[in-house]
Design a protein around this ligand. Structure first.
Ligand SMILES: Cc1cc2nc3c(=O)[nH]c(=O)nc-3n(C[C@H](O)[C@H](O)[C@H](O)COP(=O)(O)O)c2cc1C
Length: 229
C-alpha cells in the first residue's frame, strides 16, 4: 500500500542521526504525531523524521519525548490540533496497532465534546494520514501468510476513528519487512513520505468533504457532571 500519485523530485536524503525537534510554526498546516517508544534504535521512523526536518509546512510532536511519564497534556494536544489541516500519525506497528502512548493520546485527546458528540467538531474536515511500518512482509499480510489477513483489516480502527471525528482517512503509507529493509529502501520510503506531505493537502482539497458520524447520546461517555455531551 502506498500514498496516491506523488510528484517526483523531492530529495529527503539525510544521515541517520537522531533528528533534533524542528523549530516549527505553530500554525503549520501539517502536524506529525510521532510515537516510537525506542526512537534511538529505530531505522524507519527515525529516517522519516530526519527527512521532514526543517520543512516549513510541518510541525512535529514526538509523543514519547514530550511525555516520558505518559502524563499527556490534553489541552496542549487539542490546541496543537486546531490549526492542522493534515494530521499524520507516524509510528511502527506494534501488536497490530499503535504503540501504547499513541493509544493513550487517542483515548485522552479525542474526547467527547472535542472530537465527537454534540459540540465535538474540532477535527471535522481535517485529513488523517497513517504512516507506519511492519516487521511482517506483504505476503505475511495476506490470506496465505501467517497473519491471515490483509494489512487493511488491521487498520479498520484507524479508518473508523477518522470517520467518527469527521476526518478523511487518506490511503496509508506503509513499509513492510521493515527490519530487513536496506538503507536505500528506507530512503526511498522517506522520499515517498516527503512527497506525500507536499502533495496531500492539495490532493485532499480535491476529494469530497468527509461526513461526521453521529454517536447516539446513550452511547457517549458521561462528563464528570454525569451529563452526556
Ligand atoms: C513490541 C513490538 C511489537 C511489534 N508488533 C508487530 C506487529 O504486530 N506486526 C508487525 O508486522 N511487526 C511488528 N513489530 C515490528 C515493528 O513493526 C518493526 O520493527 C518496525 O516497524 C520497524 O520500524 P522502526 O525501524 O522505526 O523501529 C513489532 C515490534 C515490536 C518491538
Amino acid at each position: 500500500m502506498s500514498s496516491p500519485q506523488h510528484p517526483p523530485g523531492a530529495n529527503p536524503e539525510r544521515d541517520s542521526t537522531p533528528p533534533k525537534r524542528p523549530e516549527s510554526d505553530p500554525a503549520a498546516p501539517v502536524l506529525i504525531l510521532a510515537a516510537h517508544p525506542d526512537l534511538a534504535h529505530s531505522r524507519v521512523t527515525r529516517a522519516l523524521l530526519s527527512a521532514v526536518h526543517g520543512m516549513p509546512s510541518v510541525r512535529v510532536r514526538d509523543l514519547y519525548a514530550l511525555y516520558p511519564d505518559y502524563s499527556i497534556d490534553t489541552h496542549a494536544e487539542q490546541e496543537a490540533l486546531r490549526d492542522a489541516k493534515l494530521l499524520v500519525w507516524l509510528h511502527p506497528m506494534h501488536w497490530y496497532g499503535m504503540p501504547a502512548l499513541m493509544k493513550l493520546w487517542v483515548d485522552e485527546v479525542l474526547s467527547v465534546g472535542f472530537a465527537y458528540g454534540n459540540s465535538g467538531h474540532a477535527l471535522h474536515g481535517k485529513d488523517l494520514w497513517l504512516v507506519t511500518s511492519t516487521g511482517g512482509s506483504a505476503h505475511a499480510y495476506s490470506a496465505g501468510g501467517y497473519n491471515h489477513h490483509p494489512v487493511e483489516d488491521f487498520l479498520l480502527p484507524y479508518a473508523q476513528t477518522a470517520a467518527l471525528c469527521g476526518m478523511r482517512f487518506v490511503p496509508p503509507l506503509l513499509l513492510h519487512s521493515a527490519q530487513k529493509a536496506s538503507n536505500e529502501e528506507i530512503q526511498a520510503h522517506a522520499r515517498r513520505f516527503v512527497e506525500g506531505l507536499q502533495e496531500l493537502p492539495e490532493w485532499c482539497d480535491r476529494q469530497p468533504e468527509p461526513a461526521q458520524e453521529e454517536v447516539p447520546t446513550e452511547d457517549r461517555p458521561a462528563t464528570q457532571e454525569g451529563v452526556p455531551v
